[in-house]
Write a protein that binds this ligand. Structure first.
Ligand SMILES: [Mg+2]
Length: 319
């Protein structure tokens, strides 16, 4: 582990937050597709494309990530009550949310408290948005885990859903710390730390993390097959989070990680968002392809807003 300068903290925090957005927008074009269909349509998906939404548009993954980011930037700690209210304030039903969220938002809107509205979902919905907790608490694994579990409970309290959020936050935190990620031995250590974080939450989830492939086949199609034969890359936490971690570990730069993640197909926006968070935290926003960043939507709560909030978190973190 290295000591991180304030400049690098800013770059990595912004990288993990904006990386969520980049992966979400990139994967959105092929959400629900098989790798074969993506191949037929695009060869390789490497550019921002329109899909069910316009090019560069973010979906529920980023919208909910913003709710957590706003809480951390505003009060400098994770607060489930504030976060749940942010989720509701930011909620646009046309951002591709999963079915169960509508009932949750309706109950929040009626004034139900945050700890009374969740469901026993084991979906990837609490992992997809958790990046800000991963970077904000990157140097405190105990607080990281506690906040990740609490953030999941707002919507997902099945142990497998909880484990997904904690595992993803742990991977982002480790990436921001620039922990082990260079070779197969490092990759194994990375997986051991992530698995260790969730062992007592869901042992089956920890086993799935230890099943992440540690070495690339050397080509994109080979790596897609390698990941898809182990993980469903679907809307479940256990099918998506290990796949996202694998896409980060098997590649050498931000661009390569994201291209592998979204070409896996399945829940491509969410796997893309989670790989983007980990790889963005590791490489930093300064290493993002300019053409991807330029195409992100930049409305009131768009690209510049996400960057500014992540940088405010970095400033609070260094105080
Ligand atoms: Mg989505």
């Amino acid at each position: 582990m290295e000591t991180i300068s304030a400049e690098r903290v800013r770059d990595r925090f912004a990288g993990a937050a904006l990386g969520t957005f980049v992966g979400d927008a990139l994967g959105m074009a092929v959400e629900g597709w098989s790798p074969a269909l993506i191949h037929r349509r695009f060869g390789r998906l490497e550019t921002m494309e329109p899909g069910r939404f316009p090019k560069g548009y973010y979906t529920d993954d980023t919208e909910m990530m913003i709710g957590i980011l706003e809480c951390l930037a505003e009060v400098g700690r994770f607060d489930p009550d504030i976060t749940a209210r942010n989720f509701l304030t930011n909620f646009h039903p046309d951002r591709g949310y999963g079915n169960r969220i509508y009932g949750i938002m309706a109950r929040l809107a009626q004034g139900e408290p945050w700890d009374r509205v969740g469901t026993d979902s084991f979906g990837n919905g609490s992992a997809m948005r958790v990046a800000p907790i991963g970077f904000f608490f990157h140097d405190d694994p105990t607080q990281l885990k506690e906040a990740a579990l609490l953030s999941s409970r707002i919507t997902h309290f099945h142990p497998r859903g909880l484990a997904g959020a904690a595992a993803q936050a742990s991977a982002v935190g480790l990436a921001v710390r620039h922990g082990v990620a260079d070779d197969a031995a490092d990759h194994r250590a990375f997986c051991e730390i992530v698995a260790g974080t969730v062992e007592d939450v869901d042992a089956g989830f920890a086993r799935a993390v230890m099943n992440i492939p540690l070495e690339s086949t050397g080509d994109l199609d080979g790596d897609i097959e390698l990941i898809r034969e182990r993980f469903a890359c679907d809307v479940t936490a256990i099918g998506a989070v290990p796949a996202a971690i694998a896409a980060f570990l098997l590649t050498d730069d931000f661009r390569g990680a994201l291209i592998l993640a979204v070409n896996l197909g399945g829940d491509a926006d969410t796997v893309g968002a989670m790989t983007g968070a980990i790889a963005g935290g590791y490489y930093g926003m300064s290493r993002f392809p300019r053409e991807w960043v330029d195409e992100l939507e930049n409305n009131v709560k768009g690209r510049d807003y996400v960057i500014a909030l992540a940088q405010k978190c970095a400033m609070l973190h260094s105080l």
